[in-house]
Design a binder for this molecule. Structure first.
Ligand code: ATP
Ligand code: MG
Length: 312
């Protein structure tokens, strides 16, 4: 049985999301009307007979605090219109087109998107989380957000939950299955794979046959699934360029007024020249032309604190 199939077994339809243990019982339930309709539908579905040896796996589930995310300037999956939602619509469109094989360039594993940048702190994790939340809001799409920054993991911290085991543990422990380390969220189509334990051979693990198999399976098993890798910076680590070989598309975050063009060029030189690369211009004070860097396709994420805080 494939890793993904085992994971989907752990995610049995007999086990409605409401029965999964939340990370913190003090968190109020998130106001997501569609989610609760789906949950109730799952409850009234006639249960199938239990298998003789029911899977022992219990998948973790956490409740994301949407008000906290909103206060951090992040995209919140509610019905309200906001500047950031609009910006991420522009960012995700070419990525989804490529994933669906309708972009200008065809790529293998195009539904596997790696978010990276040249230097630390340019907004990779911020972008990966927002992109995941934005795509999860799409009809007929599910998102697996992978914290592939195994040296400095931060998806769990950004989303506000205890990371626990994750990708690294999955790669070093043959007893573990994907379902053991996946974290379901109260955004119905969003699942997180945390980075897991720190390991001194992280580059080797990411370059391993196991990792290549895992990535290929994640990508090929379900065509509607988008996998987003939050990654380390290309110019500081070797892990990022190793990961890039597994991804079908690269979303390169560029920090407005800070990242030098030469750094972007240096980072691009570490990638396969045939790879699909798009740019996210982060923390921009104003929207610039789409061909700002004149490389690959251009898209951008404009950031303006006043606009960010006001829903339109
Ligand atoms: N557009 C933005 N609006 C508001 N805050 C932002 C934005 N982009 C990044 N930040 C904030 O800047 C800080 C650094 O961002 P982030 O952690 O995403 O960078 P990173 O590139 O992942 O860093 P690292 O290389 O250390 O992993 C975080 O506190 C994040 O919340
Ligand atoms: Mg980061």
């Amino acid at each position: 049985m494939s890793i993904i199939e085992k994971a989907m077994r752990g995610r049995s339809p007999q086990q409605p999301r409401e029965e999964l243990t939340p990370a913190s019982s003090s968190n109020p339930p998130a106001p997501h009307a569609l989610g609760s309709v789906i949950e109730r539908a799952a409850v009234i579905t006639k249960p199938e007979p239990l298998p003789v040896n029911p899977p022992k796996r219990t998948q973790r589930s956490v409740v994301l605090d949407f008000e906290r995310l909103r206060a951090m300037g992040m995209l919140v999956p509610d019905a309200r219109r906001s500047q950031i939602k609009e910006e991420y619509r522009h960012i995700k469109r070419p990525l989804l087109m490529n994933a669906a094989g309708k972009g200008a360039t065809l790529a293998e594993h195009a539904n596997l998107i790696m978010v990276t940048s040249s230097r630390p702190g340019e907004g990779k994790t911020f972008t990966a989380c927002n992109l995941a939340l934005s795509i999860a809001a799409e009809r007929d799409r599910t998102v697996l957000l992978v914290d592939a920054d195994v040296i400095k993991p931060s998806i769990a911290k950004t989303f506000g939950f205890e990371a626990g085991q994750g990708l690294v543990d999955l790669l070093i422990d043959e007893q573990l299955e994907l379902a053991d380390v996946l974290v379901d969220t109260n955004v119905p189509s969003l699942t997180v794979l945390p980075a897991g334990s720190t390991h001194h051979l992280s580059t080797e693990l990411l370059a391993s046959e196991n990792m290549a198999k895992l990535a290929a399976e994640m990508s090929s098993r379900y065509s509607d699934r988008i996998i987003i890798f939050d990654s380390p910076p290309l110019l500081v680590t070797t892990e990022a360029s190793v990961l890039a070989t597994l991804a079908g598309q690269i979303a390169m975050v560029v920090e407005a007024s800070r990242t030098h063009q030469s750094q972007v060029q240096e980072a691009l030189a570490l990638l396969d020249p045939n790879q699909i690369v798009g740019f996210v211009l982060n923390k921009a004070q104003r929207i610039l032309g789409a061909d700002y860097y004149g490389y690959g396709y251009g898209y951008q994420y404009g950031f303006n604190r006043d606009e960010r805080d006001s829903d339109v």
